[in-house]
Design a protein around this ligand. Structure first.
Ligand SMILES: [Ca+2]
Ligand SMILES: [Ca+2]
Ligand SMILES: [Ca+2]
Length: 316
């Protein structure tokens, strides 16, 4: 009798183990590769890495349209790192007048703390070199620059562009990696992909909440629509998951707004372009860190370990 009863109990325990494992799989939204790139940060991203603390001096968009905006703001930043991709959403708005959302990525490999004027990248009329002198917080070395912009290219023909460049001169491996150009999908979020690197992008401009116009204290809390991307870590030169830092701002050309990832002191207006900002001169970190999530295999082992622990405790 005993062995049969014991086997039944073991089956129950095995089912519990399977439940733990399936829970781990269901929570896979926490992996960057399971993100849907649609311009909305889904719940799987978890808590925001940054929430804006200051009003925008680049216009408070009130159109409520997915494809167009009449102002720009950064409200929140969400990120998922690994096991094989980096996915992020920078929520808010990007005015469709060719203003730019510029993100700087520090992979921990190479990179520059101050942008030089000898970048190999010449995309977007030499945009990288137009930022020469821009200095990040100490410990932040931008290896890559990813930037989005869009507007009327003439006669109501709206296009948007997303570019990825490796910063630096030839000796530093600087390069233009790609520019994705997609047409407006009237009334819908903009979407685009770079097939060569399996990178995906989307911009949903529908937000009309978040911060308002001005330079006072404000909160971007609760906004989850904006610019979203997903790209392979290998596209950024990484062979495995590692902490990735991301800085960024909204600008018109190289005229930098007061919408900066990490935030600026209340009362700060647009940073402009009379001289490029030095972010060590602003309190706090003008960047976020996207830490890696454990690999699925590791999490499965953790699940099994937890099940074993429960079993051992019950035996005791
Ligand atoms: Ca999404
Ligand atoms: Ca707003
Ligand atoms: Ca700082």
């Amino acid at each position: 009798m005993m062995p049969i009863l014991w086997r039944k109990l073991e089956n129950v325990k095995m089912n519990k183990t399977l439940m733990v494992l399936s829970l781990v799989v269901v929570s896979g939204a926490a992996f960057a590769q399971s993100v849907t790139v649609d311009g909305t940060a889904e719940a799987g991203y978890g808590s925001a890495l940054f929430t804006q603390n200051i009003q925008t001096q680049f216009g408070d968009s009130n159109l409520g349209a997915q494809d167009l905006a009449n102002g720009s703001e950064i409200d929140q930043v969400f990120g998922l790192n690994g096991p094989s991709r980096l996915a992020m959403t920078v929520s808010g708005n990007l005015e469709t007048n060719f203003n730019k959302l510029v993100l700087f990525i520090d992979t921990g490999v190479g990179g520059v703390n101050t942008i030089g004027n000898d970048n190999v990248s010449s995309t977007d009329f030499g945009f990288a070199n137009s930022l020469a002198g821009l200095t990040f917080d100490s410990g932040f070395n931008a290896s890559h620059m990813l930037w989005a912009r869009g507007g009327d290219t003439g006669g109501g023909n709206f296009q948007w562009f997303v570019s990825l460049a490796k910063l630096g001169n030839a000796g530093q491996g600087g390069a233009d990696l790609f520019t994705v150009n997609t047409a407006r999908n009237t009334g819908l979020a903009w979407t685009g992909s770079d097939a060569g690197t399996s990178s995906d992008f989307a911009l949903n401009n529908v937000n009309s909440a978040g911060v308002t116009g001005g330079t006072g204290a404000a909160s971007g809390s609760g906004v989850n629509t904006g610019f979203e991307f997903s790209m392979l870590l290998s596209t950024l030169g990484l062979s495995s998951s590692a902490p990735i830092k991301v800085a960024g701002f909204i600008s018109g050309g190289n005229f930098i707004s007061n919408q900066v990832i990490g935030g600026l002191p209340s009362g700060t207006g647009n940073l402009g372009n009379a001289s490029m900002p030095n972010f060590t001169q602003f309190a706090g970190e003008q960047f976020v860190t996207v830490n890696p999530v454990p690999e699925p295999a590791t999490m499965a082992v953790l699940g099994l370990g937890a099940a074993a622990l429960i079993r051992r405790r019950k035996k005791n």
